[in-house]
Write a protein that binds this ligand. Sequence first.
Ligand code: KG4
Ligand code: ZN
Length: 343
Amino acid sequence: MRGPSSKVNLLTLETTCDETAAAVVTGRLEVRSSVVASQDDLHRRFGGVVPEIASRAHLERILPVIDTAVRRAGLSLADLDAVAVANTPGLAGSLLVGLVAAKALAVALGIPLVAVNHLQAHIYACRLAAAPQEVFPCVGLIVSGGHTSLYRCLGPLDFELLGGTIDDAAGEAFDKVAAMLGLGYPGGPAIQEAAGQGNPRAYRLPRAFWHDDQRLDFSLSGLKTAVRYRIAGPGRPDFSQIKLPQQQVADLAASFQEAVVDSLVDKAFAALGRTGLGILCVGGGVAANQRLRTRLDEEASRRAVRLHVAPLRLCTDNAVMGAIAVERLKAGLVAPLDLDVCP
Ligand code: KG4
Ligand code: ZN
């Protein structure tokens, strides 16, 4: 293919979890189309993503989503110059659907296949929004339903893990606490909304490894259990039978959100201190949280750190951030056709 800096058209696919997404971006990182088919309605009654349901839904949706993305870009399949797909990390059955679709297109159209690391893509969302400003090297904080990790990001494809959650991911904790409080799914936006009416200091909740700059890890399961005890005490309660007063729900949501945000902000800035880097990039579904965005902003201003939080439309899973494939093409990193998924 022509060099990625020229006007090549790249189709990117994203099926790592429960969003079926496709986008067409150019070698100059212009977004020609972006389609996201959310499965929230399918998983809502389970309070979390059911892997088997997710992969079957991807199977139904992947070709219509690709077709729509290509048509909205004003193109036909023959105009595509490369196809990229997130093949790691994620749910195995979900990843497989995107990968098989991408391989089929690569073979049928005779175009290169490019592998995308979903976590690097979440940080690349910050790079896309900041362009033409560079964001690397930076500390990258990825906060999503499956991951809560800090990286030293020397470049878009050069990540070194600094720390991460030892149990629940932040988004997972939001989803589980929302379910306990009888709020909707996905839990992040539901908690955020309820928290708007609550007092973040109403309940004293734990912040693991708080102000311990030697540890860049997170632990959220104790926090989740603490909320559970505040709602129902120990044991195995049936949360569907518990109806708390609205103000108590709001206060618990606000106190929980504040504890998660405290932990994320504390460790992100500790990572900047540890690495000596002056740029912080934050991506992933939980980066959409308004309280987190405000607190990051305040802290970054106070410490003269350059902050890049992914724009709201690029926080939750999408295929636009798969534009990181352009970087791989620049580096000559075309994937072999026997590429596998790495859940
Ligand atoms: O990045 P993402 O779309 O999928 C994964 O890669 O996991 O993140 C989804 C997660 C869900 O757990 C959802 O509850 C959370 O992001 N989320 C939020 C908000 N919006 C989405 N969490 C907190 N506040 C939000 N506003
Ligand atoms: Zn994600």
